[in-house]
Design a protein around this ligand. Structure first.
Ligand code: SME
Length: 166
């Protein structure tokens, strides 16, 4: 089964309409995205909980590492640079964190709130090599933008807006 992005975007928009709690939104997206495509073997969020640090958020799949510093792994690179990371071969990515040894490729997208601050990353891992395309990245970026940046999302349950030095 391959994801139908227009349907997925519509479903997510309907389910999350009016919701502003960041964890409720992340839990809903993790579930909907994960079950939309057979390529997605682990789908979840890592939240920026303090400067330079990601902590596990809502996810679907096997056990995920609890803490990822910004200078580690694919998730750290996405949070640090603010840029989507499309990794066709995790073994060729320096510092990749193997939470599951079966993971072969990854797509990690920064999640921004309405102010443009990176509050989390969406991490999708696949057991298939080279599983993700630029089109996957583009479509999922649009869903994240519509969900988290177009609404007054509240991430007040964690201090995501702390900036280094403050
Ligand atoms: N994909 C990660 C680690 C997190 S898990 O695989 C769930 C990374 O290297 O950033």
């Amino acid at each position: 089964m391959q994801v139908d992005y227009p349907t997925l975007a519509k479903t997510i928009a309907a389910l999350t309409k009016g919701e502003t709690d960041a964890v409720a939104l992340m839990a809903t997206l993790a579930c909907e995205i994960h079950h939309a495509d057979d390529r997605f073997d682990w789908t979840g969020f890592y939240r920026v909980t303090e400067p330079g640090l990601l902590k596990i958020g809502p996810y679907q799949g096997g056990h995920g590492c609890l803490v990822i510093p910004f200078d580690r792994g694919v998730c750290g690179a996405a949070a640090r640079t603010g840029e989507t990371q499309l990794v066709p071969d995790v073994d060729a990515f320096p510092g990749h964190i193997a939470c599951a040894s079966s993971t072969r490729s990854e797509l990690v997208i920064p999640v921004r709130d309405g102010s443009g601050a990176v509050i989390a990353v969406l991490d999708i891992d696949s057991d298939r090599p080279d599983a993700f395309t630029r089109e996957d990245a583009r479509q999922l970026e649009a869903i994240l933008q519509a969900t988290f940046a177009a609404q007054p999302v509240s991430a007040e349950t964690w201090p995501s807006r702390i900036t280094p030095g403050s």
